[in-house]
Write a protein that binds this ligand. Structure first.
Ligand code: SF4
Length: 369
């Protein structure tokens, strides 16, 4: 059914401000004090030997010319992980040298949130954006959670605040609120339950309510509304990567090759999803390609995911529209190395907010289980 309305900060007067990711900062004295020596970053025959098995994984998407610049970092990061007893979680949108060569666990937001609850290591390095690191901290309050660049934000997470949710509740008393995990801890603390793009419809229907407020992605809200009889009240947020795709673009791919398969993420606008052969979360898209093994596929999502799937399935031809997320791309090998050498940048969440946010995230995880 069509969604019942879309609200944004302008609907609640001018006094609204939105959080921005904390500014990147210089090394503090505490970080200097706990630093380990910076490893050698020379390309040597030993580095080449030690990383040869990792290059095998990514040789389809990283050229031999690039590898000598990456391999010394990869070797150093993998050694430092052991020294620091750290685990690296990487989102599907991280670049292949991170996703396939230094990450211990890769996946979409839901997979990372679930894996974060099982981590045994003392330190989690989150290769993704700030709300993901916050989610790991919420689920692991006693562990050290690091993000290699805390400026890695998200247009969805910055589109809404906890105060906005409280105003929505005042406007629609008694209507339950679902927040996509792409939100700050402050927002998660104010809602009834979280969801990801993998389980959004299931989460909405689990509330057994005739109407649900769904924040902050208006396009995911529209997609959910198209899949359920529950009336959806949406927020005006959007992913700056997925909202750039257009139906015309997809029609052009199909005209160029009528046999091409097109799969799209539900953060895309409805005219894009109408042209796609399949719509699903990043995890569902990857599984679709693994199972169907198409000859040629266009993945309508962040560009690095096509590289990561290409590395795993070299015989599937990827057509890359290549919309990059500038926030995800802030995470690089040199910054991950810095994270492990200096234990920076530590992610903190106010314990009172974390306790309330944890309830919303765990409610979603328990639903999944
Ligand atoms: S791809 Fe979109 S939703 Fe994901 S982090 Fe970037 S801006 Fe946020």
């Amino acid at each position: 059914m069509p969604i019942a309305g879309i609200y944004g900060p302008d609907d609640f007067g001018p006094a609204h401000r939105h959080p921005t990711a904390p500014a990147h900062r210089r090394l503090s004295n505490a970080e200097r004090a706990r630093a380990l020596p910076m490893p050698s970053l020379e390309w040597t025959p030993e580095v080449e030997r030690a990383t040869a098995h990792l290059y095998e994984r990514v040789k389809k998407v990283i050229s031999p010319v690039e590898w000598p610049f990456m391999a010394p970092y990869i070797k150093a990061i993998n050694e430092l992980k052991k020294t620091r007893d750290a685990v690296i979680l990487a989102h599907n949108y991280q670049t292949p040298e991170i996703f396939h060569c230094v990450a211990d666990i890769g996946g979409d937001s839901l997979q990372l949130a679930i894996e974060a609850t099982k981590v045994k290591s003392d330190i989690i390095v989150q290769c993704g954006v700030h709300f993901m690191a916050e989610t790991s901290k919420i689920l692991n309050p006693h562990k050290t959670v690091l993000i290699p660049d805390s400026r890695a934000g998200c247009s969805l997470a910055s589109s809404i605040t906890g105060a906005d949710v409280r105003l929505l509740r005042e406007r629609f008393p008694g209507v339950p609120v679902v927040a996509y995990v792409n939100t700050s801890a402050d927002v998660k603390a104010e809602v009834d339950i979280c969801c990801t793009s993998s389980n959004a419809v299931q989460v909405v229907e689990s509330l057994n309510a005739p109407t649900v407020i769904f924040v902050p992605d208006q396009y995911l809200a529209k997609y959910v509304a198209s899949q359920t009889d529950v009336k959806i009240i949406a927020w005006k947020g959007a992913c700056e990567v997925h909202e750039r795709f257009t139906g015309d673009e997809l029609r052009a791919y199909r005209e160029a090759d009528p046999s091409v398969q097109i799969i799209a993420h539900p953060e895309c606008p409805p005219d894009v999803l109408a042209e796609a052969d399949f719509t699903g979360s990043t995890a569902h898209m990857i599984n679709w390609v693994r199972n169907k093994h198409p000859k040629r596929v266009v993945m309508i999502t962040e560009c690095s995911m096509a590289d990561n799937v290409q590395a795993e399935l070299p015989d599937v031809e990827m057509v890359r529209p290549c919309n990059l997320c500038p926030h995800m791309k802030r995470i690089t090998l040199p910054k991950i190395l810095d994270s492990l050498v200096y234990l920076r940048e530590e992610v903190t969440v106010d314990p009172m907010i974390a306790d309330r946010a944890r309830r919303s995230v765990e409610r979603m995880i328990n639903l999944k289980n």
